[in-house]
Write a protein that binds this ligand. Structure first.
Ligand code: ADP
Ligand code: MG
Length: 306
């Protein structure tokens, strides 16, 4: 049976708000043609149990690298990463397979990568439940319920090539949550879709979060997504650089820059460009804030303590 949470808005704060994912100072270095690529450069991230989190960032900022690590497909070069209390740096063979089968679910951008082409929608959703000990009838019933939940029950007997991209992605979400994972990762699941179809897929992710209680981390380069989630984390150059918190009831949005434990802060490119800031800036501690000026500024506004 599908567990349905009573209140449809499963607000993270209402569910104890325990951290489910904790990354500290995560580093991933790739070597390509003897050139070092630092895909992640000391990334910090905490995701609470029950949260629906959007991760946004330009192409090449390290989003897929992060999801690869968090889903147990890749191992970081340095730092720490825990998902549901499990250490992703030390996890070995059998535990890693169990982790990927039961703790995490994954939806890729490429629709074709998520589903088996020769199986129907229903058979695709049933497949991950093969090793759960559930009887075939129970697996079939659960698969049918999940297709229903994501609004694609009508496509249960269709193979992927008979479905639209958006339908395939919704079947992929049903497949990814079939074994009730603690967290669902989606890497640009709407990237290949038009806006309207993309909205259907995003709604399915919201349903997985609200009605199944699955923690969802969705990666996108579409910054508009932050209008639909409570928290959006921005990644720049392999590091978390900004956070947008949105209170849907109060209809307010607050933007934050992330201050790491070494006191490092990334200033938005638009800000530094606007003032021509480069290499060096002048800082001053004020009563209740810190002032930042371009190096060349002839003088800074009065009131700074130096
Ligand atoms: P995003 O998903 O945000 O577009 P990625 O995580 O895919 O970014 O990539 C981050 C950086 O790491 C990019 O510069 C990319 O070229 C590099 N990179 C990713 N995977 C590999 C790899 N397997 N080998 C070499 N470089 C890689
Ligand atoms: Mg990517």
């Amino acid at each position: 049976m599908i567990e349905v949470i009573e209140e449809s808005e499963a607000a993270p704060t209402a569910r104890g708000a325990e951290p489910l994912i904790v990354c500290e100072n995560l580093v991933r270095i790739f070597w390509a043609d003897k050139v070092e690529v630092q895909a992640l450069q000391g990334l910090d991230l905490t995701v609470l149990d029950g949260e629906l989190l959007a991760v946004v960032g330009a192409s090449g900022s390290g989003k897929s690298t992060l999801l690869g690590i968090l889903s147990g497909l890749d191992v970081p070069t340095a730092g720490t990463a825990h998902v549901d209390g499990l250490n992703l740096l030390t996890m070995k063979g059998r535990d890693r397979i169990a982790f990927r089968r039961h703790t995490v679910g994954f939806v890729w951008q490429q629709t074709a990568r998520n589903l088996f082409p020769y199986l129907s929608a229903l058979e695709n959703v049933m497949l991950p439940m093969t090793y759960t000990g559930l009887k075939a009838r129970a697996r079939r019933a659960r698969a049918a319920e999940l297709l229903e939940l994501f609004g694609i029950a009508y496509a249960r007997d269709r193979r992927p090539d008979m479905m639209s991209g958006g339908e395939q992605q919704r079947v992929a979400i049903a497949t990814a949550v079939a074994n009730s994972p603690r967290v669902l990762f989606a890497d640009e699941p709407t990237g290949e879709l038009d806006t309207e179809t993309g909205a259907d897929v995003f709604a399915a992710l919201q349903r997985a979060n609200a009605e199944l209680g699955t923690t969802v981390v969705v990666v996108t380069h579409d910054s508009k997504v932050s209008e639909h989630v409570r928290r959006t984390v921005g990644i720049r150059n392999g590091r978390t650089s900004s956070e947008v918190l949105r209170d849907h009831e109060a209809q307010s949005t607050e933007e934050y820059a992330v201050l790491d434990r070494f006191g490092r802060l990334q200033l938005p490119r638009a800000f530094t460009d606007a003032l021509g800031m480069k290499d060096r800036v002048r800082l001053a501690l004020e009563e209740d804030h810190i002032g930042v000026w371009p190096q060349q500024a002839p003088g800074k506004p009065q009131g700074g303590r130096e």
